[in-house]
Design a protein around this ligand. Structure first.
Ligand SMILES: C[S@@+](CC[C@H](N)C(=O)[O-])C[C@H]1O[C@@H](n2cnc3c(N)ncnc32)[C@H](O)[C@@H]1O
Ligand code: SF4
Length: 344
């Protein structure tokens, strides 16, 4: 399954009512409709300056725990059969977990159609890349916060630029054995690393990249880097985005980027999206970590997804949302790492 085609299709449907109708139908029919975001470990080897891993208080309070290998099978039983997608890594670093290949194999047993891993890549060795690919990983998403060594190593504190390139080489090589494997780059930008994007292809053309996502900085904590304003690059954004779009298209790369980064910074530090998919997030985005599973009242060790849905009148809620206004839907929405994307 090409998850990017699905994303494109989903973006093409503008009405949140139609989206909820589709979701309700999938849920009633017990079909796949969830995006599972799984943090198997709540820790990170880096201290990126835009990330809450530089917020000591936050790390002390929230970042603890490793998923037990012996729990993976039971975890999968709960709702992997309803998963459209499993993303390993979400808010922490998944390569610190030693059982990712096993997790992927289990997800494959449940026929999860798309399995990705989002990582800083710095801990990946060649054999691990091969093992994950052989286990059935569909996509490596490598995060970077700078095109040049100086910016990369400054913004991704403890990150090693040369190691990052080594991993890109490993993945590029592995793609020759497994052409279905995709390589995606996530570039989180701020006013200081944005203009370097113009040099992106001068440096990264040698790697077999399939997708690039540009993510505007969001305030996700009391982070070391704290210039969250992107006003100064609002105008340049259009030009650089158009350039990257053209260059990506030439190379057959899918570019995921916001149409505009204009936002009223007094109201919100999140780029406002025209994409109605964000209304579906509380109903489709299943976050799992050693400390948390999907919703506050869901204990996955004692209850199945079907029971939980029944207890919460889940399908009725989905059905009611078909008739609910966007304003009312917006109320319980959390500010998640989700951006309006434009696909070329
Ligand atoms: C928190 S990281 C966790 C996964 C993994 N450690 C990684 O870096 O890919 C998830 C994504 O958030 C991005 N990110 C970090 N700080 C951010 C910020 N302030 N605003 C938006 N995205 C951010 C990262 O670049 C990464 O792509
Ligand atoms: S962005 Fe990812 S790699 Fe960087 S500190 Fe945060 S969790 Fe770690």
């Amino acid at each position: 399954m090409d998850i990017y085609k699905l994303l494109k299709f989903n973006n093409a449907i503008k009405s949140h009512r139609i989206k909820f109708f589709g979701l309700w139908l999938l849920s009633v029919l017990n079909r796949r409709h969830l995006a599972i975001q799984f943090d198997p470990v709540l820790a990170c080897n880096l201290r990126c300056k835009m990330c809450y891993f530089t917020d000591e208080e936050y790390v002390r309070t929230n970042m603890k725990g490793i998923f037990k290998e012996t729990d993976l099978e039971n975890l999968a039983k709960v709702n992997f059969k309803n998963a459209l997608k499993l993303q390993i890594g979400c808010g922490a670093e998944p390569t610190l977990f030693k059982h990712n290949a096993k997790l992927i194999e289990i997800a494959k047993d449940y026929k999860v159609p798309y399995i990705s891993m989002v990582t800083n890549g710095n801990l990946l060795e060649n054999q691990e890349v091969i093992n994950l690919s052989k286990a059935g990983l569909n996509e490596f998403i490598l995060s970077m916060h700078g095109v040049t060594k100086t910016t990369y190593e400054d913004l991704m504190d403890k990150g090693i630029y040369d190691k990052f390139h080594e991993v890109l080489r490993y993945i590029t090589e592995e793609k020759k054995n497994n052409p279905k494997l995709k390589l995606r780059i996530n570039y989180t930008f701020n006013v200081d690393n944005f203009h370097e994007l113009k040099m992106f292809f001068n440096v990264y053309d040698v790697y077999s990249i399939d997708i690039i996502q540009l993510r505007p900085i969001d305030k996700i904590g009391e982070t070391t880097y704290n210039n969250f304003s992107i006003k100064a690059i609002e105008n340049d954004y259009q030009e650089v985005n158009a350039f990257l779009k053209k260059e990506s298209a030439k190379r057959g790369i899918t570019l995921l980027s916001p149409k505009t980064i204009n936002r009223n910074e007094e109201q919100s530090l999140k780029v406002k999206t025209e994409n109605d998919s964000s209304y579906l997030i509380p109903y489709t985005y299943c976050y799992v970590s050693p400390k948390y599973y999907w919703k506050d009242d869901f204990d996955w060790k004692t209850e199945t997804f079907a029971n939980w849905q029944k207890r919460n009148n889940w399908n009725s809620k989905l059905f009611k949302n078909i008739f609910t206004s966007k304003n009312d839907l917006e109320k319980p929405n959390r500010n998640m790492l989700n951006y309006s994307v434009e696909i070329n």
